[in-house]
Design a protein. Sequence first.
Length: 88
Amino acid sequence: MDFVVELLELLEFNVVINMVDFMFKRVYFILNHTTVTIEGIAKLFLYHIWKLHSLLFCVVSDIGLQFVALFIKKFYCLLGVEIAFSMV
């Protein structure tokens, strides 16, 4: 997952969210705004990606571990899955 920001405001969108599915070798480009939250990104993922490919095997992002952890937490919350983190 990657973000291309600071684009010209084309059709009122200025961010492209890139999501790559390595298993099926597909790339998804989702237009959005810079004001999108992590919960918004999780909803976009649920609507555009999850309905086609089901659960995640791996999340790779150059943004950082905090982003990935919050994204997974919000995504599973939308699915109704309770997460119990462990220090193992």
